[in-house]
Design a binder for this molecule. Structure first.
Ligand code: IPM
Ligand code: MG
Length: 371
């Protein structure tokens, strides 16, 4: 298969982890005889610095004309600490999602057997957890009308959803549940919010078309508690934009590190793949950022194009790295590998899954077989 991939590595650790994701895709292209081309474009704080715009026109054009987008991270403390900045890196990401119609954000959460003791949660609680979060990504409070009065003393953000916006992601979530354990949980706040009541109504109607999937409902405050009390109860979680943002960061604790959580953002014509961890500015260029979330996002890219064997080859390599404890300091305090070395191992393992231990030794003494 031939795929043109736009690379928006962005800010902070974005470029370092995205480089490792590209490497794993190059290994796949080599092993499975595909042609992947990569073209870079600016987004976020770096784009503001260079072009005065967090999403320059040429970036949007490249994204629209590519088959897929690999996204790194955006954000810079310079803007976080300045609430009155009128241009912000996040605007680049939000506009990208909106303009490309990336309405469904899929965030898988899994407790890896080899990492069970690395999570702050107890092994017996998280063991066998396997959740797929479907977060609506182009509506709700993120994109509703914003208001600040002239005195700067009253502000509001409108949370608005239309039936159509709810329907399209709900179908995707039900279809995913059908291929999994056939359970869908809608997370909302229908006891308080009108928009949540609309979600419930629409989701209940659509459930009639998916009778093999069981549907239940949880208020978001209860869901936040259930996520760490009994995460195994969840299969597919469907939720609106902001609840999904919060719940998915919380869920990342289950895996032992937010550096493991990948995501796919899907629309009718475009698709984008990004780690959920953000720009982690304190770690920039220190070689300590975990590249696995970015690499697993590349696996989601392959899966999106039905390259299932290829996606699994990446996942097997990641699992091997975790099993051998070839990981960055977030998961391995005593003998960590650098971001690049973890990427090297995964690259090498994809190319030579049979002799990983030899490569492990090579990498360990800094003599990767990779040229
Ligand atoms: C995410 C991030 C973004 C969001 C920020 C960077 C705007 O937290 O992708 O989860 O809130 O959607
Ligand atoms: Mg978030």
């Amino acid at each position: 298969m031939k795929l043109d991939i736009a690379v928006l590595s962005g800010d902070g650790i974005g470029p370092e982890v995205t480089a490792q994701a590209i490497k794993s895709l190059e290994a796949i292209a080599h092993s499975f005889d595909h042609v992947f081309t990569f073209k870079d474009a600016l987004v976020g704080a770096i784009a503001i610095e260079k072009k005065g715009n967090p999403l320059p026109d040429e970036t949007l054009e490249l994204c629209s004309s590519s088959d897929a987008i690999l996204f790194g991270a955006i954000g810079d403390p310079k803007y976080d600490n300045n609430p009155s900045a009128s241009v912000r890196p996040e605007q680049g990401l939000l506009r990208l999602r909106k303009e490309l119609g990336l309405y469904a954000n899929i965030r898988p959460v899994k407790a890896y057997e080899t990492l069970l003791d690395k999570s702050p949660l107890k092994r017996e609680i998280i063991e066998h957890t396997d959740i797929s979060i479907f977060r609506e990504l182009t509506g709700g409070i993120y994109f509703g009308k914003k208001y600040l009065n002239e005195e700067g003393t009253i502000a509001s953000d409108l949370c608005e959803y239309s039936k159509e916006e709810i329907e399209r992601i709900t179908h995707l979530a039900f279809k995913a549940a059908q291929k999994r354990r056939k359970k869908l949980t809608l997370v909302d706040k229908a006891n308080v919010l009108e928009s949540s009541r609309l979600w419930r109504k629409v989701v209940k109607q659509i459930a009639q078309e998916y009778m093999d999937v069981s549907l239940d409902f949880l208020f978001v405050d209860n869901a936040a508690m259930q996520m760490i009390l009994n995460p195994r109860q969840f299969d597919v979680i469907l939720t609106e934009n902001m609840f999904g943002d919060i719940i998915s960061d919380e869920a990342s604790v289950i895996g032992g590190s937010i550096g493991l959580l990948a995501s796919a953002s899907i629309g009718d014509t475009c698709c984008m793949f990004e780690p959920i961890h953000g720009s982690y500015p304190q770690a920039t260029r220190k070689g300590i950022a975990n590249p696995i979330a970015a690499i697993l996002s590349a696996a989601m890219l392959l899966e999106h194009f039905d390259l299932i064997g290829e996606a699994n080859a990446i996942r097997d390599a990641v699992e091997k790295a975790l099993e051998l404890n070839l990981t960055t300091p977030d998961l391995n305090h005593n003998n960590p590998l650098s971001t690049e070395k973890v990427g090297d191992f995964i690259y090498d393992y994809i190319l030579n899954p049979e002799d990983s231990n030899i490569n492990f030794e090579n990498i360990h003494v800094g003599q990767s077989t990779i040229i």
